[in-house]
Design a protein around this ligand. Structure first.
Ligand SMILES: *Cc1c(COP(=O)(O)O)cnc(C)c1O
Length: 485
């Protein structure tokens, strides 16, 4: 038996490289990432072709290990080259990403030390750090200190946690689901529909509240819907508002919606995954008035705080309700229950074992201070205004309203021919070019191109490059049209 164990140990030890071997593989990764960052400003933001789509699948796992240099080269070629480059300041589509460098170091530390951040007893420091972050957010968003929250993997799971909590608080029996009514906007993010269905509310009644011409819910319309539903014997249950829609950056009239929630005793949820962190800037806080009166909200640090992907926050005003929906006890967990100075993340989330996400948020906020975050967010809004203003000075552009935050949209009205067709072609040309990346959407059935500024690496020169590219592509397409007609 002992010789067998020794024999196995010898092979298993390959999983623990020694200091020198660690340095070799670490240097390869560091060199690659430094090179990635130094070339980022010149790199394309979008590459629409893969050099070899089969490469990753064909390179099967084998019994023997491979060289780190080969692996990093595979990542470079087949992962970091094709598709959108969300680390680039030229990413102006969807809701852009970021990837603050200190967060990568924090992730590295969290992985090396592998602290267990799910339960207070296992790592009080990690849990305190996450709870300190939640408290800071409660204060920033105007929630009481006693509100609870969780650092989830993203906005979708954060919304699911809020909706599950709302369901348990208002609809304790599944027999109530079919007559429960949920009010939201046609612009609500699709992850809310997904979350409702996962939470078992697929049978509930969804009402799309009519929108004003800035895509914001109209409170008076909502109120008459609630009254009609009550008259029909249905049970109005929840209002889901957006504080910064993904499509156009619209903020619903939160304060008036809060009034209606209070008057009709509805759960008031706000999806501020995109817009929430603009609350850091005093200039924009008035737009969010009423945020502090909600029952729950979602904010995505991997959007508005420029962190790498993998962190979305849910806050719930009533901590007991959030815990009631997620808390479980188990025999093998009995030791944990004895040491409970602070609420543990697992009591407020579907997750037990989790990535220690607090460190990747705490570290850049501590290292840089809040000031550059506020400046960067304010800068993003000004850049969007600048883009809007520049297009408004050009002929033949149809623009959205003055941007409330950092998303805006436009389309070009060609001299002749179909407007939608022209703008689809324009989008294709922009994608093929790849210097900056924009995305498109449909608004009232019409094709529009969106610009969303949220990467911390986007600055004035990026927007100028984008404008230049739009001009160039429109010229090209108009010329082609002239030739063909
Ligand atoms: C991005 C976004 C979501 C989804 O969040 P993920 O982090 O992508 O899961 C939800 N709502 C809004 C408004 C968003 O912008």
């Amino acid at each position: 038996m002992l010789s067998k164990i020794k024999e196995l140990e010898e092979i298993a030890l390959q999983l623990e490289p020694e200091a020198e071997a660690r340095q070799v593989i670490r240097d390869i990764v560091i060199d690659y990432s430094e090179n990635f960052l130094s070339e980022l400003a010149q790199a394309n933001t979008y590459v629409d072709k893969e050099s070899n789509p089969e490469a990753i699948i064909q390179s099967a796992f084998s019994e023997e290990g491979r060289d780190m240099a080969d692996l990093v080269e595979m990542v470079r070629l087949h992962v970091d080259t094709p598709g959108i480059n969300p680390a680039s300041g030229g990413h102006l589509g969807y809701i852009p990403g970021g990837g603050l460098f200190p967060s990568s170091l924090a992730d590295y530390l969290a992985a090396v030390t592998n602290r267990y951040a799910g339960i207070f007893y296992a790592n009080p420091g990690a849990v305190r750090m996450e709870n300190m972050i939640i408290q800071w957010l409660n204060e920033l968003m105007g929630y009481p200190k006693t509100a609870a929250g969780n650092l989830a993997s993203g906005g979708s799971i954060a919304n699911l946690i809020a909706i599950t909590t709302a369901r348990d608080a208002h609809l304790p029996h599944s027999s109530q689901f079919e007559s429960a009514v949920i009010y939201l906007s046609g612009q609500a993010h699709h992850c809310l529909h997904k979350a409702l269905r996962i939470a078992g509310l697929g049978q509930a009644i969804l009402r799309e509240v009519p929108l004003d011409d800035h895509f914001r819910m109209i409170p008076s319309e909502l109120e008459s819907m609630i009254q009609q539903d009550k008259a029909k014997g249905l049970s109005p249950f929840m209002i889901i508002a957006s504080a910064g829609t993904t499509d156009v950056g619209a903020i619903d009239p939160l304060d008036q919606l809060a009034d209606l929630s209070a008057q009709y005793q509805l759960w008031f949820h706000i999806d501020a995954a995109y817009g929430g962190f603009f609350m850091l800037c005093p200039e924009f806080r008035p737009l969010f008035k009423g945020m502090e009166r909600s029952d729950s909200m979602v904010i995505d640090p991997h959007k508005g705080l420029f962190l790498p992907y993998g962190i979305g926050v849910v806050l719930v005003r009533d901590a007991d309700k959030m815990r009631a929906s997620h808390y479980y006890q188990a025999n093998y967990m009995q030791d944990a229950a004895l040491h409970q100075d602070e609420i543990s993340p697992t009591e407020l989330s579907p997750e037990l074992t989790k990535h220690f996400r607090g460190l990747r948020m705490w570290m850049p906020l501590k290292l840089f201070g809040l000031k550059p975050f506020r400046a960067a967010l304010e800068e993003k809004v000004w850049l969007t205004r600048y883009f809007h203003q520049q297009l408004s000075q050009r002929k033949r552009f149809e623009l959205g309203p003055n941007p409330q935050l950092s998303v805006t949209y436009f389309r070009y009205l060609p001299v002749s021919g179909d407007v939608n067709e022209f703008n689809k072609k324009l989008m294709e040309e922009i994608h093929k070019d790849g210097r900056v990346f924009l995305s498109s959407t449909l608004l009232q059935g019409q094709f529009y191109i969106r610009l969303a500024v949220l990467c911390f690496r986007t600055h004035l020169s990026t927007i100028d490059r984008c404008l230049e590219m739009i001009d160039e592509k429109i010229d090209l397409l108009e010329k082609k049209l002239q030739v063909s007609s």
